[in-house]
Design a protein around this ligand. Structure first.
Ligand SMILES: Cc1ncc(COP(=O)(O)O)c(C=O)c1O
Length: 383
């Protein structure tokens, strides 16, 4: 019995396709964004302790109070801001559910939402599922800077939401304070809500500072900000994240949240509350990842790739036009996987209409030996 699809043009994501191709060909998988090393044993112990202590029934709908308090304490330390754990923080089943919930909270059928491509693959389908329209603005390599005049020109009377991802996956760019000021001015002028995906907030390099909407007074009053413990604590399979928004936005967000998931994994929330209370658990992340970024970057350069700046996230973009100028990025990523045993992601997959770029994305959230093995294989690319 066929149904009228809400997402007729959505197929299997490129992440699933590339990971399956990598498995089929025994390739080293630098495509999908997840670590191949264990998370902190203390976090695992805390999970076991919570489960054995009997914390195995439904958590409160908004999240475990201890975890929401730990999040508020962390935000105070990180951004010197005061966030009310009772009325402004909701624990979610990963950032993906927080994003979907915020989008469903704001958008009605016929509304428009602006997003900046390259954009994470859940945004546009989540907008379409509401009967709303994603309006894509393409950013181009090498720096993927935002032309805020072009963003404002895309606003119509139907526009309700602007989505931003900072640090950006896959562009690896980070916003400056001037970017946030420009975003705030547009949002204020046109009475828009901002949805800020900040899952890579701690993965900012070379002394740059993460500019959060939460620390920007004008944006703080009109934004949903979304985070992922999976990214921060190397535990993407746990699927726990959270959303911070002012009380009036949070109240509406929770109306949807309670019927989408009601509550999130209880023992994981206990473990995360204990872990988050140790600032060292997140403060050392830039140094941890910069070593890996440097290792992969050196290997890619030696193999003939031209590197783009990687200011944030755990990805490195690489231009392959000196290696196979004849191939588009999807064909190149497949060729690299099947012929050379290293899987990447073609950046055109993150665009509605991709510019003419020859760029693939590699993930460096991997053990050093995984990166070394990939580099050894890529070393054979040079004639
Ligand atoms: C930009 C961005 N947002 C959201 C997510 C999803 O986070 P989670 O696994 O917590 O749902 C990802 C995961 O790759 C991501 O890259």
């Amino acid at each position: 019995m066929p149904i009228h699809s809400k997402l007729p043009s959505v197929g299997t994501t490129i992440f699933t396709v590339m990971s399956a191709l990598a498995a089929e060909h025994g390739a080293i998988n630098l495509s999908q964004g997840f670590p191949d090393y264990p998370c902190d044993p203390a976090l695992l112990d805390a999970l076991a302790t919570a489960a054995k202590a009997g914390h195995n029934q439904y958590a409160p709908m908004a999240g475990l109070p201890a975890l929401r308090q730990a999040i508020a304490a962390k935000l105070a330390l990180q951004h010197h801001i005061s966030v009310d754990p009772d009325t402004e923080i909701t624990v979610t089943a990963g950032a993906t559910q927080a994003l979907f919930t915020a989008i469903a909270t704001v958008l009605h059928a016929g509304d428009e939402a602006i997003l900046l491509d390259p954009s994470y693959d859940s945004y546009a389908p989540s907008i379409l599922a509401q009967g709303a329209k994603p309006v894509h603005i393409a950013l181009a390599a090498p720096d993927f800077s935002v032309d805020w005049n072009a963003v404002e020109a895309a606003v119509t009377p139907r526009t309700k939401l602007i989505l931003v991802n900072n640090p950006n996956n896959p562009a690896t760019s980070v916003f400056s304070k001037a970017d946030l000021d420009a975003l705030a001015a547009i949002a204020e002028r046109h009475k828009l809500i901002v949805l800020a995906d900040e899952v890579y907030e701690h993965l900012v390099y070379d002394g740059l500072q993460h500019q959060s909407v939460l620390a920007h007074p004008a944006l703080r009053t009109r934004s949903f900000a979304v985070y992922s413990f999976g990214k921060t604590f190397h535990a993407t399979g746990w699927k726990v994240g959270y959303c911070v928004a002012p009380p009036s936005l949070t109240a509406e967000f929770r109306k949807i949240h309670q019927f989408l998931v009601f509550a999130v994994n209880t023992p994981a929330q206990h473990a995360l509350a204990a872990h988050l209370a140790e600032p060292a658990s997140w403060q050392g992340l830039p140094a941890f990842f910069q070593t890996r970024r440097a290792l992969l970057a050196a290997g890619l350069s030696a193999a003939g790739f031209k590197l783009l700046p990687s200011q944030g996230t755990y990805f490195q973009l690489a231009d392959y036009s000196a290696i196979r100028p004849d191939l588009d990025d999807i064909t190149f990523a497949r060729w690299l996987t099947t012929e050379h045993g290293v899987a990447s992601i073609p950046v055109s997959a993150f665009y509605q209409k991709a510019p003419d770029q020859k760029i693939v994305r590699f993930c460096f959230a991997k053990q050093e030996q995984t990166l070394q093995a990939a580099i050894a294989r890529l070393g054979k690319l040079r004639p």
